[in-house]
Design a binder for this molecule. Structure first.
Ligand code: BEZ
Ligand code: FE
Length: 294
């Protein structure tokens, strides 16, 4: 077959992949061709615009290395990451809602004990975080691994300023106690713009969008037999809750970071200045029995 035109080329490509043996690969390939061709038919790019698109994707790829993943950021800013999250994480009663992982998670996070202050050299408003991990029907999960990370009060993560602060801070890995509880001290995070010195920043600019995420603390909680929970808790009242650049906010994840006077804090510590207190109780879903068997 030859001499394809605008009306015949899509079917020709679909026919060419009809022999794919793996059904999932075939389904994905066919959908890719159909949607990509439909996009081009709708947009009718000039040759120059098409070249710009190729160059945009090339520059996006060139920005990626082991520290920067511009393609994930693109997926985040286009709402695709949250769409994939929504498809894969239905939330039964009692389970905590999920949201994007983001680029600032670090696998080798420092192990800390409950009650420790993880702010390192950072200054800001003291923040006590208390919380728990339990099953969806409220049974405490002892020994669950709780990874936390958040920005400073200027909106920067430790990994964005390692040359200045020297070491990881405002992140740690805790284990829940016998009652499924954990607690730590840090500083209250601020809202921040996502990295915008690359193609995603260019895209936001032309789309007339701002770059900001509302202030939040990230949590990743793991326990054997349970689905790993990746989520954040957002600061109530933040001005960007309704326009998060990556579409990650859910009502159930917004909490008051309660301003408390100096004195004895809920963890028993004497505090000589005002501080903020966040408490959040997380519910983890059991891994489906079919997935456990696989
Ligand atoms: C974050 O919250 O760390 C984040 C999430 C998605 C994109 C950029 C940052
Ligand atoms: Fe974040």
């Amino acid at each position: 077959m030859r001499n394809f035109n605008e009306n015949t080329i899509t079917d020709a490509v679909l026919e060419r992949i009809a022999g794919a043996t793996d059904p999932r690969n075939k389904q994905v390939s066919e959908a890719l061709v159909r949607h990509l061709h439909a996009f081009v038919r709708e947009v009718r790019p000039t040759q120059k615009e098409w070249e710009y698109g190729i160059d945009f994707l090339t520059r996006t790829g060139h920005m990626c290395d082991d520290k920067r993943q511009e393609f994930i950021l693109l997926s985040d800013a286009l709402g695709v990451s949250m769409l994939v999250d929504a498809i894969n994480h239905p939330v039964p009663e009692g389970a905590t809602e999920t949201t994007v992982l983001g680029p600032f998670f670090v696998q080798a996070s420092p192990e800390k004990s409950n009650g420790e202050d993880i702010s390192g050299p950072m200054e800001g408003d003291p923040m006590l975080v208390t919380g728990s991990a339990s099953t969806v029907d409220g049974r405490p999960l002892a020994g669950a691994v709780v990874d936390v990370w958040h920005s400073d009060d200027d909106g920067y993560y430790d990994v964005q300023q390692l040359d200045k602060i020297g070491d990881l801070a405002m992140r740690a890995r805790f284990h829940t106690d016998q009652n499924g509880r954990f607690n730590f001290w840090s500083i209250k995070p601020a809202a921040y713009p996502i990295p915008h010195d690359g193609t995603v920043g260019d895209m936001l600019e032309v789309q007339g969008r701002h770059r900001w995420r509302p202030a939040h603390v990230h949590f990743m909680i793991s326990a054997p037999g349970f689905e790993q929970l990746v989520t954040h808790v957002f600061v109530a009242g933040d001005q960007y809750l309704d326009s998060d650049v990556v579409f990650g906010v859910k009502d159930s994840l917004i909490r008051e970071f309660v301003r408390c006077p100096p004195g004895r804090a809920p963890d028993g510590r004497m505090v000589d200045s005002e501080y903020f207190h966040l408490n959040y109780d997380f519910g983890l879903k059991q891994v489906a029995s079919s997935a456990r068997a696989a």
